[in-house]
Design a protein around this ligand. Sequence first.
Ligand code: ZN
Length: 175
Amino acid sequence: MSKISEIIHLGNPLLREVAKPIQKIEDPSLQNLIQELISTTIDHNGVGIAAPQVAQSLQLIIVASHPTPRYPQAPQMEPIAMINPRIVNHSGEPEKGWEGCLSVPGIRGLVPRYPQIVIEYTDIHNQVCCQELTGFVARIFQHEYDHLQGIVFLDRVESTQEMITEQEYQKLFTE
Ligand code: ZN
């Protein structure tokens, strides 16, 4: 497995920057970064990560949905690296769901997200991909995509009453 990267936390100004578009997909350092991000996500049992979370201001995210104790209904998929991703279209009314973030330890919040989106990104083989995402995977994408704009999920929580600690969150799903 590749090296595990250190994750930066809320308060680090790098999390608030707009990430730079990636020009050279074949660059070995980019391929290494992708492997590192995937290993870091797996190591933290996360369902996604964005390059700015490891202090790399680049438009790169990993979406890695799988069932976890926190998200037992999450669909199982191989981690996908998405380079220069964008949302082409969205549909449905935003729905609230619980989110957390490796860069915001200990806090969960209810975040409204579109239930259906059409996205475009470049894959590691330099192919442009267009995909429709729904439900939880669409939520992961919107969360990670926000990181590329310098936005964290707390910015989208509508009321501080809809923020809870990780401990209280665990109780919601074990009682
Ligand atoms: Zn996050």
